[in-house]
Design a protein around this ligand. Structure first.
Ligand SMILES: Cc1cc2nc3c(=O)[nH]c(=O)nc-3n(C[C@H](O)[C@H](O)[C@H](O)COP(=O)(O)OP(=O)(O)OC[C@H]3O[C@@H](n4cnc5c(N)ncnc54)[C@H](O)[C@@H]3O)c2cc1C
Length: 362
């Protein structure tokens, strides 16, 4: 309810869909037309208040899914049915790739299937860690394809809600979901049969940079709290701020935040000027650097500001919890494995490095 009122105010002020291009080729109004670099800075600010990405309609996973529909939506009907309500903040979306029966770190592993049957596709599969709201499931048809599936379609069964460190639970959070002979119209295929992998690659770049900027905002806020708390508290005859170990923690945190922000802004600059494909190494680097940095900085802050940073969220706020609003100390940890675990990004970075020097193909 609170976020609905604020959403109305944000819309009226033009602070809505900040990450989207201004308008479509056909002049349909989308968003503000900020560059990745500009939006990255906005994301950092937004992350300082857990509600804000929802308020400005900039929450994961909807942001990535709107971008998918803009970039890869095949027809105007798809855009009318899915993109417009997402742009208006009227529906929610999910992105289903991960499956319990395969090693999903390797995105080529998908056991789900899509079979054509007359004027429908039939989707069968078992997914988890997908939100319990509307749209899309990745599945296979010779090669990967991606298709829009309404979550109230016959055959979509929520097996159980999943929680993350005890958060994100029912009804807002992730779930294990079965797709059993789910019939969806042919027009729900995105981009074309066998082209799902292109979509996955295109989708994850912008989404990753958004998460990284949010993590920088979280780390800044934790450092601020650390500074405030250590200013006046006295231990063993000295203010905490005058203790050498605290000073070192503050300095290390500042250095790590600055390093991360510069790398993230470089990635955003590369995306704006050379495209997501060329920016792939930087995107992989920040996806490793930012969550690890946030974990370090926030952990130092927890040591000093425990009462405020150790997770606690009153039950009435639970229905507003999204990944972006997970308690700061847990978000970094989570993002070291979600959206591609650290090891997978490190693998890509090292492969590119070898390739750059024309060394052995790995
Ligand atoms: C809160 C949350 C939200 C999520 N949201 C979504 C979502 O919206 N949509 C979606 O599809 N998925 C989502 N996921 C799933 C997430 O992206 C996957 O868990 C992740 O990609 C890893 O896949 P997996 O669980 O199959 O682990 P596996 O692939 O089985 O890997 C397990 C671990 O092995 C290690 N590993 C993997 N490859 C290597 C390697 N080459 N070398 C060394 N170690 C390696 C990594 O540490 C990895 O975490 C979410 C997960 C969580 C926890």
């Amino acid at each position: 309810m609170r976020s609905c009122v604020l959403q109305g105010k944000a819309k009226a002020a033009g602070l809505w869909n900040l990450f989207m291009p201004k308008e479509s080729d056909r002049g349909v109004k989308y968003g503000t037309g900020l560059s990745s670099l500009e939006y990255a800075l906005m994301c950092e600010e937004m992350s300082k208040c857990p509600l804000s990405s929802e308020v400005f309609n900039c929450q994961a996973l909807d942001t990535g899914n709107m971008e998918v529909l803009v970039m890869y939506g095949s027809t105007e009907e798809q855009k009318c049915q899915w993109l417009t309500p997402l742009l208006n903040g009227e529906i929610k979306s999910c992105f289903g790739m991960t499956e319990p029966k395969v090693v999903s770190s390797d995105a080529t592993n998908i056991a789900s299937s899509i079979r054509r049957d007359g004027d429908h596709y039939v989707v069968n599969g078992h997914k988890w860690w997908i939100l319990q709201d509307i749209i899309q499931s990745a599945a296979t048809h010779k090669q990967h394809s991606m298709i829009l599936v309404p979550m109230d379609a016959l055959g979509v069964k929520i097996i159980r809600p999943l929680s993350v460190f005890g958060y994100l639970d029912y009804p807002a959070g992730h779930a294990e979901v079965l797709f059993e002979n789910v019939h969806v119209p042919l027009g729900n295929m995105l981009l074309g049969e066998g082209r799902g992998f292109e979509i996955v690659q295109g989708r994850l770049g912008p989404g990753r940079i958004h998460h990284c900027m949010r993590l920088i905002g979280n780390a800044e806020r934790a450092l601020e709290m650390m500074l405030e708390r250590t200013q006046n508290r006295v231990a063993f005859g000295k203010k905490l701020a005058a203790q050498g170990t605290i000073q070192q923690d503050v300095a290390k945190s500042r250095i790590e935040i600055e390093q991360t922000r510069l790398l993230v802004l470089k990635a955003a600059h590369m995306m704006d000027n050379y495209g997501n494909k060329v920016a792939a190494p930087e995107i992989a680097m920040i996806k490793v650097v930012a969550p690890n940095m946030a974990q370090n900085v926030i952990d130092r802050a927890i040591q000093v500001v425990h009462c405020k940073l150790v997770p606690f969220r009153p039950t009435e706020e639970r229905d507003l919890v999204t990944i972006s609003s997970l308690p700061e100390c847990l978000l970094g940890r989570l993002l070291r494995l979600a959206d591609g675990p650290d090891e997978v990004h490190l693998r890509s970075i090292s492969r590119l490095e070898y390739r750059k020097h024309n060394l052995a193909k790995l």
